[in-house]
Design a protein around this ligand. Sequence first.
Ligand code: HEM
Length: 304
Amino acid sequence: MRADSSDRKVLLKALVIRWTGTLEGRSGLQSEAPPSVGSKAGREAVLALNLETIISFPGGESLQAFALVTVLVEKAAAPGIKALVRGVEAVLQHNQDTLLQALQQLRLSIQDMAKALAQMHDYVDPDIFYTVIRIFLSGWKDNPAMPEGLVYEGVTTEPLRYSGGSAAQSSVLQAFDEFLGIRHCKGSGDFLHRMRDHMPPSHKAFLEDLHLAPSLRDYVLTSGAGCCLMAYNQCVEALAQLRSYHINVVARYIISAASRARSKMLSHPAPHALEDRGTGGTAVLSFLKSVREKTVEAILHPNA
Ligand code: HEM
């Protein structure tokens, strides 16, 4: 990166061309990192998780483990995505037995995601995440360190603004939200919708299709199938618990790490400007708590 004659930050042409070439066929000129980026902690993680990354960024072993655990969380979600598809079909066919099985499988999958996420604590050093990995994942949108964005040399003359890499760009939880009928408040919902522009187009289209599918909530409320309603609520509770656990992870890797960095005077200006921001650019805790609250609110109380 360099500054141009107007002191704007410019991404060098050699990088832009490679980058845009890599992203050809995707939905745009986005920045891209997790959900699926990703060395003693990393080496242990490789052995324990039986996975290895093929590229690396600064952050060394913790970065590798961060990427691998993220992949494992997504892997744990795969049976849930399959169950969700069976669940949509079951609602269309009014098949309560299949719907019940699908909801039970979805709950197990969400609980397995939380167990996979817990491995972050075993392998990723919070201070390395906060002072190194997070800086490289950050973008140039909603980023106080780069408010004017970034000129892509050879592609644009005006600066572009793109969000950094964030697991909020994973389609998994958004798919669960769509299926379970969980609606987020405007600010958080707008951010989550914007993150869809960083997903593979087929994932984005899948979420849009789910949104148009017949309402699972209406079905469980009107079909009289009490066991399906209970299984629906268990899915919502498991999702709220996953989101609570994720907030604890964020508290350790961002909030506590920020206060340690401040007390050790480790911050230089850019990380400092980013200290209460996620890599996707959100004001971290208020966003995540609002998303969890709307999840809890989705629990059905048929007799209330
Ligand atoms: C050290 C580990 C992690 C940290 C510090 C972290 C931090 C954050 C932050 C700050 C946000 C707010 C959006 C942003 O500005 O980026 C966020 C959102 C999100 N993260 Fe993470 N994250 C971590 C790991 C993960 C993993 C492994 C997953 C799952 C693959 C995940 C899934 C999500 C999702 C789905 C959201 C959107 C909010 C929601 O739907 O609840 N995160 N994360």
